[in-house]
Design a protein around this ligand. Structure first.
Ligand SMILES: Nc1nc2c(c(=O)[nH]1)N[C@H]1C(S)=C(S)[C@@H](COP(=O)(O)OP(=O)(O)OC[C@H]3O[C@@H](n4cnc5c(N)ncnc54)[C@H](O)[C@@H]3O)O[C@H]1N2
Ligand code: MOO
Ligand SMILES: [Mg+2]
Length: 400
């Protein structure tokens, strides 16, 4: 049996490269950049007026002039109007390019506007005040965003400001989440006393959706023939296949065999972890990875976060988020030599420490328990006693 770290490495080594595509900039938020965004002009592109008021020559103020004749009113977006002499000013608006003949802006609150003139009511001013100078933020050609960067609203504003109406982004994998099992019936149907309604695939779909990724859902019976037929079609269409259930030691756990017959090479089966020990991972001859998670809902939840999402990041060329650590708030024991993914409720205490409160449940079938947790804490396999105050890595599954 391999360790969690080995499993993670094998998965990352098998990231896909789906290439890039062009998208309209205004729908690109949440996508991953596949090109470098550079400043096409200086930022700001001209000496930008930052307040509404008047623009004067500082030297005129220095010589004692306080009353200025208004030569013109200049809105943002129009060609600058020059003054003819020291006693003139331009009434000027925020966002305008300052004329070359003036160098200092005084806001309306500090002046009195009379008949065609402005009087400055300040004893002192600073040369160049009220201006955001050309190139102060970025110079033409500077890199503003790089491939692999998530297009956040802030990055989108840069893309827009440099005029990239169309932007190159990484292609997103077409994902399908497939649950399996004869006992698992459709949500709108009434179960017999021996059946349950399916939730796993919808949960996985919802997790992916909250992260901005679409996934289709499907369900397969525990019938190798049907599994073979349906899965072989999935390999034609999808870039990543997530399965839930049917991978353990049961008489009706047909998936490893069926996947093998379909030309999927097994890269591992079983990971030293709880939940999710029977996790099976492989790759089809056409390059499509198969994440066959154990059917227990908590195992699916954990494995999706711990393995599939890092694969998605790697495939999109996106940097993995930095690991997060929290402090355990209770003593606990876990004897098996498995890495234990403990469900916890994280909260930030008054000392700004991230505290992990264990959520005690009934194992990996207890998905009611998941609603109260917002993270899994990764407790190392080598230890069996864990003490309050010890610090371990956590994986957020819900906002704090
Ligand atoms: N002899 C052994 N038995 C089991 C082992 C083992 O190592 N040796 N491992 C146990 C572990 S750990 C897990 S986890 C499960 C995994 O089993 P499978 O991947 O084969 O999954 P199933 O048997 O199909 O189902 C397990 C469990 O999950 C429920 N389930 C399945 N699909 C859904 C769904 N869509 N929504 C909600 N719940 C679902 C299913 O009804 C079962 O209760 O095996 C242990 N056994
Ligand atoms: O891996 Mo299973 O999910 O421990 O029950
Ligand atoms: Mg089973």
């Amino acid at each position: 049996m391999i360790t969690v770290e080995q499993a993670e490495q094998i998965i990352l080594d098998n990231k896909s490269d789906l290439g890039a595509e062009i998208t309209l900039f205004d729908t690109s938020a949440g996508r991953v950049l596949a090109e470098t965004i550079r400043a096409d002009r200086d930022l700001p592109p001209y000496n930008r007026v930052m307040v509404d008021g008047i623009a004067i020559k500082y030297s005129a103020f220095e010589r004692g002039i306080r009353i200025f004749k208004i030569k013109a009113v200049q809105a943002a977006g129009v060609e600058p109007v020059e003054v003819d002499g020291d006693e003139e000013c331009i009434e000027i608006m925020t966002g305008a390019a300052i004329p070359e003949s003036v160098d200092t802006v005084i806001r309306y609150e500090d002046i009195t506007i009379g008949e065609g003139e402005a009087i400055i009511n300040l004893a002192t001013i600073e040369k160049g005040q009220g201006l955001h100078l050309k190139g102060a933020d970025k110079t033409q050609g500077d890199v503003l965003a790089v491939p692999g960067q998530l297009i956040t609203p802030a990055v989108l504003s840069l893309i827009a400001s440099v005029g990239e109406a169309e932007v190159r982004v990484k292609k997103v994998p077409r994902i399908v989440v497939i649950s399996t099992g004869d006992e698992v019936i459709e949500v709108h149907k009434r179960p017999t006393p021996f059946q349950i309604r399916r939730s796993n695939n919808y949960t996985a779909q919802a997790i992916l959706k909250t992260l901005g990724y679409e996934a289709s859902v499907l369900h397969l019976p525990d019938d190798p023939e049907v599994m073979r037929n349906q899965l072989s079609q999935c390999f034609q269409y999808y870039d990543a296949i997530i399965l839930a259930g049917g991978v353990s030691a049961g008489k009706f756990d047909f998936l490893p065999q069926v996947l093998n017959e379909l030309g999927v090479e097994q890269l591992f089966h079983k990971v030293a972890q709880r939940p999710g020990k029977p996790f099976w991972f492989g790759k089809h001859g056409n390059g499509v990875p198969v994440f066959a998670f154990p059917g227990n809902p908590v195992a699916v939840y954990m494995c999706l976060h711990r393995y599939f999402i890092p694969w998605l990041y790697a495939t999109l060329g996106q940097q993995q988020p930095a690991p997060v650590y929290a402090m355990l708030n209770n003593d606990l024991e876990f004897k098996p030599e498995l890495k234990y993914f403990l469900q916890v409720k994280l909260l930030v205490n008054e000392q700004a420490k991230l505290i992990a409160e264990p959520i005690v449940g009934n194992g990996s079938g207890d998905f009611a328990n998941l609603a109260d947790a917002n993270a899994f804490m990764e407790l190392p396999a080598e230890k069996s006693v864990f003490k309050k105050g010890e610090v371990y890595r956590v994986h957020l599954i819900n906002p704090l």
